[in-house]
Design a protein around this ligand. Structure first.
Ligand code: SAM
Length: 279
C-alpha cells in the first residue's frame, strides 16, 4: 500500500508533478483505500473497472482483495510510475484512455449479462466526475454499481431526493438509472496534494430497469434540463424554451400545477410531462 513517503518518492523518481487540471489528488492513506475496496465488495471473482488509477493507491487495495482490476488512466506520463507499482500483479491491467470517450464494449467486453458485470471504483477526477458517471450510466450497462469518491457538494447533488430544493437535473438523471447514497465522508488530509474541497464516497446501484418508462428518455432529460436551467422560474416559464406556447397546456395535461418549479417535481411528474409533450 502507498503512504505519503511512497507518493513523494514516486513523483520524484519519475519526475512528475500533480496536475490540477487532471484532478490529481493522490490517496496517501491505506485505511481509506481498503475501506473503498470493502464498500465496493471487491474480492475473488469480482471484476473492477477503475477510472484514473493515478499512482496506484486504490489499485493496490483492490488487487489485494483478489479482484480482477482493469484500469483506465488519461495521463500517459503517470503510466510508467503506475506500472512500477503494480509490477507482478497478474490480476491488474492498465490502459491509457479517456473515461469520457473510451469504448465500454471494447474495454469491458460486449457481454452485458448480469453474471458478467463490473463494479466501477474510482477516486474520480473532480472536473469530469458528473459527465463520466452520466455517460457510464447511459452507455455502459456492463457496470452494475459504482463506488466513487467525489467532491461533497457534487455527491449531495447526485443523491438529493427529488422534489426537494437540494435536487438538480443530475439528481433526476441518476435517480432514473440508479439508487444513490453517500456512504462516507473523507477528510482532505488523506490526499497529496490536499484538495481545496471536502470529499464523500457515493455508492450507485444500477436499477434492473429505469424507474419510469418513457419512450424517449433524452427528450425527458431535455425538459428536466430546461426546468432546472432556470430553476427560480415557474415551469410555465422555464419550459417555454422547449415547449414554446404549448408549455401551459402540456403541464395542465400532465396534471402539474403550472406555477410549480423544477425542484418540486419527482420522476413520475417528469415522465408524465414527457408523455404529455410527446404522446
Ligand atoms: N486513483 C488515484 C488515487 O486515488 O490516488 C488517483 C485519483 S486522482 C483524484 C484522478 C485520476 O484520474 C488521476 O490519475 C488523473 O490523471 C485521472 N484522470 C483525469 N481525467 C481522466 C479521464 N478523463 N479519464 C481517465 N482518467 C482521468
Amino acid at each position: 500500500m502507498l503512504n505519503p513517503a511512497d507518493i513523494h518518492s514516486l513523483l520524484k523518481e519519475f519526475s512528475l508533478s500533480p496536475s490540477r487540471a487532471l484532478g490529481q489528488n493522490f490517496l496517501t492513506d491505506a485505511n481509506t483505500a481498503r475501506r473503498i475496496a470493502r464498500l465496493a465488495a471487491a474480492g475473488p471473482g469480482t471484476r473492477i473497472f477503475e477510472i484514473g488509477p493515478g499512482l496506484g493507491s486504490l489499485t493496490l487495495a483492490l488487487a489485494e482483495t483478489g479482484a480482477e482490476v482493469r484500469a483506465l488512466e488519461f495521463d500517459r506520463h503517470l503510466i510508467p510510475a503506475l506500472e512500477s507499482v503494480i509490477a507482478g500483479l497478474d490480476s491488474v491491467s492498465v490502459s491509457h484512455g479517456d473515461a469520457l470517450t473510451f469504448n465500454p464494449d471494447e474495454f469491458l467486453g460486449p457481454d452485458k449479462s448480469t453474471s458478467q458485470r463490473w463494479h466501477c471504483v474510482s477516486n474520480l477526477p473532480y472536473n469530469v466526475a458528473t459527465p463520466v458517471v452520466v455517460r457510464l450510466l447511459a452507455d455502459a450497462p456492463q457496470i452494475s454499481n459504482f463506488v466513487v469518491m467525489v467532491q461533497r457538494e457534487v455527491g449531495e447533488r447526485w443523491t438529493a431526493p427529488l422534489g426537494t430544493r437540494a435536487s438538480g437535473s443530475i439528481s433526476v438523471r441518476i435517480a432514473y438509472e440508479a439508487r444513490a447514497r453517500i456512504v462516507a465522508a473523507i477528510p482532505r488530509t488523506v490526499f497529496f496534494p490536499p484538495p481545496r474541497v471536502d470529499s464523500v464516497i457515493v455508492q450507485l446501484d444500477r436499477r434492473d430497469k429505469p424507474l419510469v418508462d418513457v419512450p424517449d428518455p433524452e427528450f425527458m432529460f431535455s425538459l428536466v434540463g430546461a426546468g432546472f436551467g432556470q430553476r427560480r422560474k415557474t415551469l410555465r416559464r422555464s419550459l417555454r424554451s422547449i415547449l414554446g406556447d404549448q408549455a401551459v397546456s402540456v403541464l395542465t395535461a400532465a396534471g402539474i400545477d403550472t406555477n410549480q418549479r423544477a425542484e418540486n417535481l419527482d420522476l413520475d411528474h417528469w415522465a408524465q410531462l414527457a408523455r404529455s409533450a410527446k404522446p
